[in-house]
Structures are given as C-alpha cells and as structure tokens.
Write a new protein. Structure first.
Length: 433
C-alpha cells in the first residue's frame, strides 16, 4: 500500500524540483525575441503541479482528505490556511523557476539577483499575521459559556445541511467538528460561533473573494511575464499599493469579524470597540491610498515628496495596527485610550494631507491627542468660564492658555506631566475634570 504513495511523492518532488531545471536544459536554445517562452512557462506549470501535489499528499496522509492541509484543529476548512498556502505555492514556485532558468541561461553569479516587490512581501506577511492572529482572537470566545440548547439546535441543523458523520460540539462558544471527514468547503464562508455557524459570515466571504481575485490576477501576471518577458529575468511583477490596501482591509474585517458577538454572553463593549477598530483600519487604508495617488503624481524636486512618503508609511502602519487591535480587547493590558489615541493619530494625518511643505512630521502625528480627549478638556474649560475656548477637538492656542491658567491655580508644573501630547491631554482631562 505504501509503494504507490512513495511513487507519487517521488513524481511530485521531481515535478517541483527537477523538472524546472531539466526543461530549459533539454529545450536547447533560448527562444527568439518576441516568441513565447514555452520552456520557462512549462517549467513553472510543472513546479506548481509538483508543489500542489505534495500539499495534497500531506493532506491525505495526515487528514485523509485531498485538501487536508487546510483542515484546522477544529476539523473545519480554514480560510487563513487557504490564503497562506496559495501565496506560498505561487510565490515559491515562481521564484524557484526564475532562479533556475536564470542559472541555465545566464551567468550563475547574477542568477539570484531577482528583486521581489516589497508590496508582495508585505502581502505574504499579512497572510502569516492572519494565520497567527485569527486563533488568538477566536480563543476569546472559547472562554465564554455556551448555551446547551443553542448548541444542540445548531448542531442538528449543521448535521442535516452538511450530512455530517458526527454531531458537532463546542469549546466555549466556538463550534468544533469531531471528525476531519466532516470538513466542508462551506466552512470557508460560514461563521465559527455556535450562534452563526449556519449563516454566511460576510467578512470571511469578502476575504475569500478578494484572495481569489488577487491570487488569480497575480498568477496570470506571473505567467505572462514568464512567457513573454526577457530570457533573463531580474524581477517579478509589481503588486500595486491599491491591491495591497484592499487585501489589508479584508484582513482587518476578517479579524474584527471574529469578535462580533452572537449572544448576550459577549460583553457589550466588545462590538463597540471592534466596530471602531475596523472603521479606523479602513480610514487609515483609504488615507494611504490617497497619499499614494499624490505621491505618484509628484514630480522630482517637489518639496512635499518627503512628508508624503513618511505619511504613506505611517498610514499603512496605522491601518495594520488598527486591524490587529481587536485581538487585545479581552486582555487586561488593553486600555480604551489606546483606540482613542489611534483614532487621533489618523485624524491628525488626514488633516495634514493637503498641507504644503511644513506639514506635521511623523513624530507629531504619532503623538497627536485624541479629538475626543481634547474636546472633553475644552468642554471642562468652557464650563469653568473660559470664553475664548471652543469645543473643536483641536488643541489650539486658546486651549493651551486656559490649561496653563488652570495649572497655575492648582500649582501644577507642565514639566511634571507626560511630554507626549496624547498622554498630556489624558492627564489634563483627569486633573481639571
């Protein structure tokens, strides 16, 4: 029984590793300029088939399913496993074929000088981040008690709809199938909580569709450049920042969607913070797209380019930070002020978008206080009779003067407070509140 398995494994290893080297060697001369490069394209297809075949054999060996590598510890098909597997196979196969064919056709010392697009590396990093973060976020629901009648009702509905061999169980409120054979493709888009396991989870559906479109489009771009590009390739196709931001938004929705409660057992604060974090991630991603457009439209010598570049990097970082924040909501170290500060930094960066040279620096934007906190301080100052102070959420000169007067009355020295503006206003709100 083991002989066919060993034979198949050997065949797939040869397709993945040896065929990409043998095909260009046996093809002889390099295709003429303008002709389709069938040897390199064929080597790439063989490598893809070989890698996918090894994934299939691993799934059959461990889970006894063709797509067994995508089945997680809850015996469900995992969307994060699907995404990381697709990008791993596509990128590794492409890089390996380019390297091998460059060695055969050119100078071996230069064959490995192939540039990978930073956006592509970031996209793969997002896949890994989702793969690691998703179970951590979902573990919050494993600590919540499940209603026995709800679990029984959901289990019966799921068993009948998917023709399961065994009745599902639950860890906390997280649904668990008791047999790897009960994994179904519908798991990619169904909820994971016993309250939504029988309905379509829209964030998961969005992430699945975006992943499919991006993988197919980028795979087509790679196939095109392998077939029609120069005989000696030095780079893979570029991945636009717009596509990267689209994927980032889908990851943020995917992670935040795991926090959406389906019963009163979930604390009421969680959905509020989850919605705010998702909105903050989307706003930062949209802002990054705006900055990228402005940066692309800039010309050499434009004095705005430096702060546009720093603003783009900062907005991308803010989007990623907001997307990862829901994973910490249940931790004792999480403070609501962190989310408010994040929103304030996004607001400050957006306010600087149309500025001329002299726009706020990245450090100033990073330290920006939350508009909600500033408004709270300004409202208190208005209540104390400071007519020149307006509740605008912006720390203007009138607000600073009024704070100074109040500190003088209280005998407080500004140097004794936190130097960073966002912490300074939080302390001020407590001192004069």
């Amino acid at each position: 029984m083991k002989m066919p398995q060993y034979l198949l494994r050997a065949i797939f290893v040869l397709l993945a590793a040896a065929a990409p080297l043998a095909i260009p060697l046996l093809s002889g001369s390099v295709p003429a300029a303008g002709a389709f490069d069938w040897p390199r394209f064929g080597a790439w297809l063989c490598c893809l088939v070989g890698m996918l075949g090894l994934f299939v054999l691993a799934g059959l060996k461990i889970r006894r399913r063709v797509l067994g590598v995508l089945v997680d510890e809850r015996n469900r098909y995992s969307l994060s496993r699907l995404q990381i597997s697709l990008w791993t196979v596509l990128v590794l196969a492409s890089v390996y074929v380019v390297f091998v064919v460059n060695v055969v056709r050119g100078d071996a010392r230069l064959a490995l000088v192939v540039d990978l697009d930073p956006n592509l590396i970031m996209l793969m990093g997002l896949s890994v981040a989702s793969f690691v973060t998703a179970p951590m976020v979902l573990s919050l629901k494993t600590m919540q008690p499940a209603d026995a009648s709800e679990l029984a009702r959901t289990g019966r509905q799921l068993r009948d709809a998917q023709d399961l061999d065994a009745m599902p169980s639950a860890t906390g409120r997280v649904l668990v199938k008791n047999n790897p054979g009960d994994a179904r493709l519908a798991d990619f888009i169904r909820g994971e909580d016993i309250g939504n396991a029988n309905v379509v989870d829209l964030p998961r559906l969005q992430m699945l569709l975006i992943t499919a479109v991006v993988v197919l489009a980028y795979g087509g771009a790679i196939g095109h450049i392998l077939g029609t590009g120069a005989s000696f390739l030095v780079e893979l196709p570029k991945l636009s920042s717009t596509v990267l931001l689209l994927v980032l938004v889908s990851h943020g929705g995917y992670i935040a969607g795991k926090l959406i409660p389906t019963s009163p057992a979930v604390p009421a604060a969680a959905p509020q913070y989850g919605a705010r974090a998702l909105q903050a991630s989307q706003r930062a991603a949209s802002l990054a797209a705006d900055l990228q457009v402005r940066l692309d439209a800039g010309v050499a010598g434009d004095s705005r380019l430096d702060w546009l570049r720093s603003g783009l990097a900062l907005s991308q970082g803010l989007a990623a930070e907001a997307a990862a924040l829901p994973g910490r909501f249940a931790g004792v170290e999480f403070k609501p002020e962190e989310l408010a500060n994040l929103e304030g930094r996004i607001d400050a960066l957006r306010a600087s978008l149309g500025a001329q040279p002299g726009a706020p620096s990245g450090r100033e934007i990073y330290d920006a206080p939350s508009p909600a906190t500033v408004s709270k301080v300004q409202q208190r100052l208005c209540d104390l009779g400071y007519a020149g102070v307006r509740v605008s959420g912006i720390a203007d000169a009138a607000t600073e003067r009024a704070i100074g007067v109040e500190f003088a009355k209280l005998g407080i020295d500004r140097a004794d407070l936190h130097p960073r503006p966002f912490r300074y206003f939080e302390e001020t709100a407590q001192l004069i509140g």
